[in-house]
Design a protein around this ligand. Structure first.
Ligand SMILES: CC(C)(COP(=O)(O)OP(=O)(O)OC[C@H]1O[C@@H](n2cnc3c(N)ncnc32)[C@H](O)[C@@H]1OP(=O)(O)O)[C@@H](O)C(=O)NCCC(=O)NCCS
Length: 428
């Protein structure tokens, strides 16, 4: 995998406890954040169950890389154990010397040894990860809703007995369980652990953070009494010549069904004094605009690839998901590192799949990064073929692959906005 000239004098290895302050400083610098007192202790807690890798040049940390234990919901609802990569940085003084190559090489090989079938990450830059076998697997859209054009009638947005505003402590009690139910039905979703919820509710605030207390709303299903929707949001009071012009930022909104999503969105859009609602991190096929009287009031302000995925153990990954039709396809997969390389017979259907190595002639040929893009159902083999990334070896094979892999609704990897990152992708 190492294609750039290496610098053997630089030690690439797992981080030990005594390295954490230096590693934290290097990560902050790489992400253009100031180093602050107490950051290392805060990071130490976050890294407790993770693998942190560092590149060290004469004891000074010049590269950082983190790999966390995660679970990814795949089409059909199975939860695939994956590594989630974050905190990737190389010091500006040490770039283009192959340090990222070496850190990723170490992590991917160890992930494969641990038996993890795939790795995911949120890519800060499009150009970096394709060479390592990652492909964009989900997209995200940011919306800006012009409240005055939304065309909501009072009776659609008035008093709501099904929505409760709660305090941070109560949200912390209610939200994790509701999110657990949500994520099993949402392919593309990742687990949120206790630390995640502590940070989302201000119970754990990083040193130097600009945390401001948000509002928390839950939607309760009237029939069951269960919480089936969560919304965390902030707003700023702003006026212009006696006219309210307050923006409302949805930091997080997940719902277990369309009616909870509709109720929470309409609640946000119908709040007195609010003129604009910012709704980030949605799947591009979100229903959100359609809960407004006029869907055009919701403008997309950003549309981008988002979560990238890399298949390591092809039979295990492909047999974990379900497929939209009953059918078979033979895939010739090119993986320069070898993990997923080979010719594979995929026989899939609504209840799962079997995947085996085969000597049958292949239907389509593609690189592992493009198979990884197909995996969650967000990409089409036909489209990748037009881009020159997939080769059809038997007539009709692309159509068959599309019918198998595509999903009715697109995958979604919901993320939440922390206050200091509002307006950015908020990579952590
Ligand atoms: C992205 C980053 C980690 C790369 O580190 P690096 O040690 O310079 O990368 P390497 O020298 O190992 O380069 C690996 C390969 O990726 C390519 N590459 C690296 N950064 C790239 C970039 N930003 N754009 C395009 N290609 C890039 C290199 O040309 C090299 O290709 P090759 O193997 O075909 O020669 C580093 O530039 C950085 O810290 N950037 C700012 C923080 C960031 O964006 N982190 C990613 C968070 S998801």
């Amino acid at each position: 995998m190492s294609r750039s000239p290496q610098t053997p004098a630089i030690d690439v290895r797992y981080v030990r406890d005594e390295d954490v302050p230096e590693w934290t400083r290097a990560f902050s610098t790489g992400y253009l954040r100031p180093s602050v007192e107490g950051a290392a202790d805060y990071m130490r807690v976050a890294l407790a169950d993770d693998r942190a890798i560092g590149a060290f040049d004469k004891g000074r940390c010049v590269g950082t890389y983190r790999s966390s234990v995660q679970e990814l919901t795949v089409p059909g609802g199975a939860r695939l154990p994956v590594s989630a990569v974050s905190k990737v940085s190389v010091a500006g003084t040490h770039r283009r010397r192959g340090l990222l190559n070496r850190m990723l090489d170490l992590d991917l090989r160890d992930a494969q040894q641990r038996g993890e079938p795939a790795v995911v990450l949120d890519a800060a830059q499009y150009a970096i990860y394709g060479r390592y076998g990652f492909g964009p697997a989900t997209q995200m859209a940011w919306f800006e809703i012009d409240v005055h054009r939304a065309g909501l009638h009072r009776q659609q947005s008035g008093d709501r007995s099904d929505i409760c505003l709660v305090g941070a402590d109560e949200y912390f009690k209610l939200a994790p369980e509701a999110y657990e139910r949500f994520r099993v039905a949402q392919h593309g979703a990742l687990r949120r652990d206790t630390l995640w919820w502590q940070e989302a509710t201000g119970q754990r605030i990083g040193p130097g953070s600009t945390w401001t207390e948000p509002f928390y709303a839950v939607h309760v299903d009237e029939a069951s009494g269960d919480v089936d929707g969560l919304m965390c949001f902030s707003a700023q009071e702003r006026w212009g010549a006696m006219l309210p012009q307050s923006p409302l930022q949805v930091r997080d909104l997940v719902a277990l069904g369309p009616s909870a999503e509709r109720a929470l969105l309409r609640y946000a859009v119908s709040m007195d004094w609010v003129s604009t609602v910012h709704l980030p991190f949605r799947a591009p096929d979100t229903l959100a605009p359609h809960w407004l009287g006029d869907p055009r009031a919701a403008r997309i302000t950003a549309l981008s690839d988002f979560m990238w995925l890399r298949i390591l153990d092809l039979p295990r990954a492909l047999s974990a998901r379900t497929y939209s039709t009953e059918g078979a396809v033979v895939l010739e997969v090119d993986d320069p590192v070898g993990f997923a390389h080979g010719r594979w017979l995929l026989e899939g259907g609504a209840s799962g799949a079997t995947v085996s190595s085969t000597s049958r002639s292949a239907d389509i040929a593609l690189g592992v990064q493009h198979l990884s893009s197909l995996y969650l159902g967000d990409e089409a083999a036909t489209r990748l073929a037009e881009l020159g990334h997939v080769e059809e070896l038997h007539p009709g094979a692309l159509r068959r692959a599309d019918a198998l892999f595509r999903t009715g609704r697109r995958p979604w990897s919901p993320r939440a906005v922390s206050s200091e990152h509002y307006g950015q992708a908020g990579l952590g």
